[in-house]
Design a protein around this ligand. Sequence first.
Ligand code: NDP
Length: 289
Amino acid sequence: MELISGNEIAATIIAELKSEVATFKGRAPCLALVRVGDDPASVSYVKKKEKTAAEIGVTSRIILPPETITQTELEALIDDLNNDAGVDGILVQSPLPGDLNELAVFRRVSPEKDVDGFHTLNLGKIAQEDDTGFASCTPAGIMEMLARSDVDLRGKHVVVVGRSLIVGKPIALLALQKKAGANGTVTICHSATNDLPAITRQADVLIAAIGRPHFVTKDMVKPGAVVIDVGINRIPDETRKSGYRLVGDVDFDAVAPLTSKITPVPGGVGPMTVAMLMKNTTKAYCLSQ
Ligand code: NDP
């Protein structure tokens, strides 16, 4: 079994981006990070994005509206960022609190600045295999980590568990593309799938994006499979100062010995997501020059 280290691959990508950004003339690329409210996970995600941006030489502009912001006010704030020539990328940290309509906010971001890849147009461009758009960061990170770990999906049965707009659907579309590294035969499973283990056991490459701790057990995995664990779940742990620890959707200890390659949690898909956000921001900057 080989561990696919997202930490290591992300560090390589970050170093590559840092060298690329150093060659840019004029102002540095700028990423606007909008975080509504104080959800603890969102606070830590935005901090990590800000820190990584600084490492690369990308300027970040942090905007922290209160939880009481209305939909109209939030959309007006996005419009201002859309119209600001000094901003290349806009990220609105998910989940939004209260009754705010997340999908409407994602659609409000100008497609040219939608470095999260959640706008309808950018999702459509994945389906059309049009590389001028932005693929959402987690799925793009998974494709990148597979490519850099010498996993070619061509002809392989790729089973995705989860059909969300930010992970399940776009990763299925990327794996399906008629492109080098992709060309997978893709099955998408979800909560209404009958006999899920019978399908996951057929996977040459199993991608778990469910949001349930240790959901994928060893009876669900074919020996020799590549397993990508997208899940980030907090479970209580009294031995930690914080009182919790992060685990994936895969029962790592039981499943890992069966696999040919597997990603850990933490240190797997998570850091790749941040690295791809920086890659998309750099791309947005280059396209706007
Ligand atoms: P969602 O809750 O939006 O989607 C979960 C999917 O899992 C749904 O499609 C749901 O099916 C499916 N599902 C839930 N229960 C079952 C079940 N019992 N059997 C089969 N399918 C099931 O989650 P996300 O896609 O946003 O995130 C998934 C996980 O990935 C979370 O842990 C999240 O924290 C993590 N994540 C990690 C990122 C990273 O950078 N590493 C980035 C984004 C997310 P249905 O559609 O039928 O409800």
